[in-house]
Design a protein around this ligand. Structure first.
Ligand code: MN
Length: 528
């Protein structure tokens, strides 16, 4: 572990009388003062200089250091999970507060651990604000909001690492950034500044679910941090992801390692009974409008912005995010209208929101798996001037690429009229340049929109996938089609889904024509 040789042992402390304090009360203004602190030893690190004890008292953590001789373990009678009562002087080292131990003793653990638990529960108590908009669905979700916010705050108070995993589109980014703007200030308030990086990570997921590759990566890093820094098992927050059957394997794997999962999503979660769906059994909190009779029109960016306000009252600069997320996810209905109004009040016109959404998708496409705390934050309005410059720069280029791509798609698509439904087919894999923007999903969406007809279905075909967009007036649910395929044609290895009217089905290449025909038949059947 990096740190800390005491260079200046001679500098005498002042002779003030040490007073007892909670660790959270130790701030920069207290440098040079003496206190009596009591904390559970969460970790002990022996450096080549002093011995470092990471102390936690349920309000916050601090590193307390003791020095006998270079590299020699101080207070050998005190071990990890013991409770230590110490008289300390507050010092600053590398911009971080630390406590230099003058004297200390072991203290009874049982009562203190109970106190720690009570303090954590008290501090983790969420805010319970009015929602930003009027919505029956949100009100029905309130207990779930309170639960999710409590679990997130508790993780912060317990100094658990938090990993936010979100879908790599504009809605997912809005969701992730809204949470980040609430979580990071609290992490900083209750820990060392450096911990903002060690205890919090955010990562976009390419797939619209928690892929096995992603969970394996997260777990590998988490286990490494646990070994290296003595960190606890992380809490993983899945945003705009996590509710579906396809997430279950990844989530179960995490639980084997003691990690906890919180899901905030608006994808169709399968059958709901008693406000619960399949993943509920494996997660500590699940917020999804479908659980209370809503649908995907309350998108993840909206849900996460509201949850951010339950976590941290003063979370800053997030109120336009639901309007942006809803615009990019094409939400409809009164909730979206109200959020749009709020974004407009914050100075964003609908056109600006559309352009911002476009630019976020564009950046997300090239960022792929990179967290990029700064880049996306700028696009999402951390600094309004820089945001404007970036968007002005990017949007012309993006629009040009889209226009060109649309010409290609329209040229190569086939249109077939079946009854009152128009089916548009395009060989999506062969009309896009691999790796370039816009990719398949976006291209199929643009082609679909270019018909401006609510009774159109657009199928973007690939060797082992179909990306589907379905017009508003057509009765169909892509997730149901996948379910039926799995039941009736297990040999196709069909999986995937997404939203009712926008999603992707994957399958083995040998099943291609069978899947295309089945999909068309299903839609025909439910629209006769
Ligand atoms: Mn979404």
């Amino acid at each position: 572990m990096e740190r800390i040789i005491i260079k200046d042992r001679k500098k005498e402390s002042n002779n003030s009388v040490a007073v007892p304090t909670e660790i959270v009360g130790i701030t920069k203004e207290k440098i040079g003062q003496r206190f009596i602190i009591k904390g559970r030893v969460e970790n002990i690190v022996q450096t080549s200089g002093p011995t470092l004890f990471m102390l936690f008292d349920g309000t916050a953590s601090i590193t307390a250091k003791a020095f006998i001789k270079a590299g020699e373990r101080a207070y050998q009678e005190i071990n990890k999970t013991d409770v230590m009562e110490a008289t300390v002087e507050i010092r600053e080292h590398n911009n971080e507060l630390e406590a230099e131990i003058h004297s200390c003793k072991k203290s009874l653990a049982q009562d203190f651990n109970q106190l720690v638990l009570e303090r954590v529960n008290r501090l983790a108590k969420p805010e319970n604000p009015e929602f930003m908009i009027k919505s029956d669905i949100l009100e029905k979700l309130r207990p779930k909001f309170l639960n999710a916010a409590f679990e997130i705050k508790k993780a912060i108070m317990e100094k658990r690492p938090i990993i936010v995993r979100h879908h790599a589109d504009c809605d997912g980014y809005c969701a992730g950034i809204a949470l980040e703007r609430a979580i990071l200030p609290l992490v900083q308030e209750h820990n060392d500044e450096r911990d903002a990086w060690r205890l919090y990570k955010r990562a976009p997921s390419k797939a619209p679910f928690y892929e096995y590759m992603d969970v394996t990566k997260d777990l590998a890093f988490a286990l490494e941090d646990m070994e290296k820094f003595g960190l606890k098992e992380p809490v993983i927050i899945l945003a705009d992801n996590g509710s579906t059957h396809e997430d279950v394997l990844a989530i179960k794997k995490l639980s084997i390692y003691g990690c906890k999962v919180i899901v905030i999503d608006h994808h169709y979660p399968g059958d709901v009974a008693d406000e619960k769906s399949e993943v509920d059994e494996f997660v500590i909190a699940h917020v999804n409008p479908y659980l209370v009779g809503g649908d995907s029109n309350l998108c993840a960016g909206m849900l996460c912005t509201e949850i951010a306000r339950f976590i941290h009252k003063e979370s800053d600069n997030i109120k336009f995010l639901p309007g942006l997320a809803g615009t990019s996810d094409r939400c409809k209905g009164s909730e979206y209208e109200q959020y749009l109004k709020i974004a407009e009040d914050k100075g964003y016109t609908l056109e600006q929101l559309r352009n911002t959404a476009e630019c976020v998708d564009f950046e997300a496409h090239y960022l792929r798996f990179v967290e990029s705390r700064s880049l996306v934050n700028d696009l999402l309005g951390r600094d309004r001037d820089k945001q404007k410059d970036l968007i002005d720069l990017l949007i012309k280029d993006i629009n040009k690429r889209k226009e060109q791509q649309l010409i290609v798609a329209k040229h190569y698509c086939k249109v077939e009229q079946i009854g009152s439904i128009k089916i548009v087919e395009v060989d999506a894999a062969r009309i896009t340049n691999r790796g370039d923007y816009p990719a398949v999903g976006k291209t199929v969406g643009m082609l679909h929109d270019s018909f401006n007809d609510k009774r159109v279905i657009t199928l973007g075909l690939g060797e082992d996938f179909i990306t589907i967009r379905i017009g508003d007036e057509i009765n169909a649910n892509i997730n149901k089609i996948v379910e039926h395929l799995q039941k009736e044609k297990p040999h196709t290895f069909a999986e995937g889904g997404g939203h009712e009217h926008a999603g992707t089905i994957k399958f083995v290449p040998a099943a291609f024509s069978e899947i295309v025909n089945f999909t068309k038949e299903e839609i025909k059947k439910s629209n006769n």
